[in-house]
Structures are given as structure tokens and as C-alpha cells.
Design a protein around this ligand. Structure first.
Ligand code: URC
Length: 302
């Protein structure tokens, strides 16, 4: 005997590009995203009995994403994901949860002769804005927003010393090193009861994204950090202070090592410690440091 423990299905890698045109100014704005929608509900019989009467075809799911992109704003992505997810639970009574993920790709407006160009853009990096929305009938809308692929490096202003030294340790302590990481930062919002509540709060999503991005870069640049652990905690704390509706901030930061190269074997060339100039970037292995930063429990005064 076997039974379905859990199941979800849908369409992923749905690529959507929307052009919005302002007829008065002639300025056009583009949004490009990759969408994934996975549905859950009373769909077990499609797996166990071959009963397709409970299946909304993944092709129809893809069509729905295009139609919703035509009919509704696609920004902020938190709102578009909530719009799409709410559609599925409202339209199909046997669908109880819609999981909607959106990755928004960068198209930065070109500056030509010092002026923003009305309809030309360029890809200014691999960084993406990501949103994961879970819309569940009777439970509201849970949203996680984030930044991925923001590659940063500082050539000084990072230290790592005082760590455990024992018979497994070879790493020297350092008071000055290169620090580089590929930022993956996610912030989770308090649950929204309805799509209208998401709409009312829509401006907060773009603000939180800009704040999180600026805080991440400013803290990285300005903190003379004793470790990745300490700098990422400071980033998370500042994001919680900037976004009152955010309840948890998660960071996952690879420590992309740059090794000094000892060149003293060549005519006594000095290239270590304070003389280090030429480094060997390491592709693997890398450190991986993660944290979830939350607000302290509010203790009851009763
Ligand atoms: O910031 C760091 N944290 C660590 O935990 C660690 N471990 C290590 O080898 N280098 C570093 N750097």
C-alpha cells in the first residue's frame, strides 16, 4: 500500500517581459521576470487514480501568468505574486494553496549624453530580486522577499582572529584581509490577511528592497568586521529596524577566499602580510555562513 504524503505541481521557468508605455512622456519601462507557480490541494487522485478532472493543466497555469501580467501591475513583485496566487485559490475550490516564486532580472535604464534614455536598457549585473509567496485559503498570504547574486568585495577593512586554535588549525590570524561574498538575503513579512492588505502595503515592498540593498552594501563597506558572522548580524538588525512589518531576516553568505601568494622564492620578492598585492582568488572550497535574525520575544507584562 502507498499513499500521497504531499504533492504540488505547476509551471516553472515561465519567462515574462512587460513593457509599460507612458503616452504623455514617451518614456517606457520594462520588467522582466521568471515565474514559478506550484499548486496544492485535493489533487491526490490525479497521482493515485489517474484522475485528471482535478488537474488545472500546467499549460493553463502558464497562460494565466501571462494574462494576469497583462491585466495587473507586475510591480512590486510581491503584489503580482499575491495577485496570481489569489486567483488560483479563488477560481478552483479544490486548490487550497498556491506557491508563487518570482525572480526579477535587472534592466537598468541607459544614460545617453547625460540623460536617462526613454526606452533603452542594459543588464548591470547578475543580481536579482526574488519573491516567494504562499497564498493559502483561510490563512492569508505569506511573503518572503530578497536579493540574490549581489557580488561584493572589499580589499581591506576585514579581520579574522581569536578563533579556536588546536591541532586542526593552520589558518593564521589576520587583522587585514580581502572579504568577498555573493549576497543572498531574504526577509519574511508578517502574514497579510487578504490581497487588499498586500495592495495597501504595496509601497513598503520597494522601500524594503532598496533599504535592504543599501544597508547590506553600506554595512559591508563601512564595518571593519571581525568576521562574516558579525557583519551579517548587523545587516539583519538594521533591516529589521528599517522595515517594521518584517519579522525575520535571513542571510546566506559564502566567504569567497583570496589567498596571499608567497613569492619570496623568486629573488626574495615580498608579497605577504603588509606587502601583499597579488592574490589568488579561490573558486572552491568556500566558507558558508548563515543566520536568521529576528526580533526579541515581546515578554508579556501581565
Ligand atoms: O569571517 C569568517 N568567519 C569564519 O567562520 C571563518 N572561518 C575561516 O576559516 N575564515 C573565516 N572568516
Amino acid at each position: 500500500m502507498a499513499s500521497v504524503a504531499s504533492a504540488r505541481y505547476g509551471k516553472e521557468n515561465v519567462r515574462v517581459h512587460k513593457v509599460e508605455r507612458d503616452p504623455t512622456t514617451g518614456v517606457q519601462t520594462v520588467t522582466e521576470m521568471t515565474v514559478c507557480v506550484l499548486l496544492e490541494g485535493e489533487i491526490e487522485t490525479s497521482y493515485t487514480q489517474g484522475d485528471n478532472s482535478v488537474v488545472v493543466a500546467t499549460d493553463s497555469i502558464k497562460n494565466t501568468i501571462y494574462i494576469k501580467a497583462k491585466e495587473h501591475p507586475v510591480t512590486p513583485p510581491e503584489l503580482f505574486a499575491s495577485t496570481v496566487g489569489t486567483h488560483f485559490i479563488q477560481t478552483y475550490p479544490h486548490i487550497t494553496t498556491a506557491n508563487v516564486k518570482i525572480v526579477t532580472h535587472r534592466w537598468a535604464r541607459m544614460t545617453i549624453d547625460g540623460k536617462p534614455h526613454p526606452h533603452s536598457f542594459y543588464r548591470d549585473g547578475n543580481e536579482t530580486r526574488k519573491v516567494e509567496t504562499v497564498v493559502t485559503r483561510g490563512e492569508g498570504i505569506n511573503i518572503r522577499s530578497g536579493i540574490a547574486g549581489l557580488l561584493v568585495l572589499k580589499s581591506t577593512g576585514s579581520q579574522f582572529h581569536g578563533f579556536v586554535r588546536d591541532e586542526y588549525t593552520t589558518l593564521p590570524e589576520t587583522w587585514d584581509r580581502i572579504l568577498s561574498t555573493d549576497v543572498d538575503c531574504t526577509w519574511s513579512w508578517e502574514a497579510f490577511p487578504t490581497l487588499d492588505a498586500v495592495k495597501e502595503n504595496a509601497p513598503k515592498f520597494d522601500k524594503a528592497f532598496e533599504d535592504a540593498r543599501n544597508i547590506t552594501m553600506k554595512t559591508f563597506a563601512e564595518e571593519s568586521s571581525p568576521s562574516v558572522q558579525n557583519v551579517m548580524f548587523k545587516m539583519g538588525k538594521s533591516i529589521l529596524e528599517a522595515a517594521p512589518l518584517v519579522k525575520v531576516v535571513d542571510y546566506s553568505l559564502p566567504n569567497k577566499h583570496y589567498f596571499e601568494i608567497d613569492l619570496s622564492w623568486h629573488r626574495g620578492l615580498k608579497n605577504t602580510g603588509k606587502d601583499a598585492e597579488v592574490y589568488a582568488p579561490q573558486s572552491s572550497p568556500n566558507g558558508l555562513i548563515q543566520v536568521s535574525v529576528t526580533r526579541p520575544e515581546i515578554t508579556s507584562k501581565l
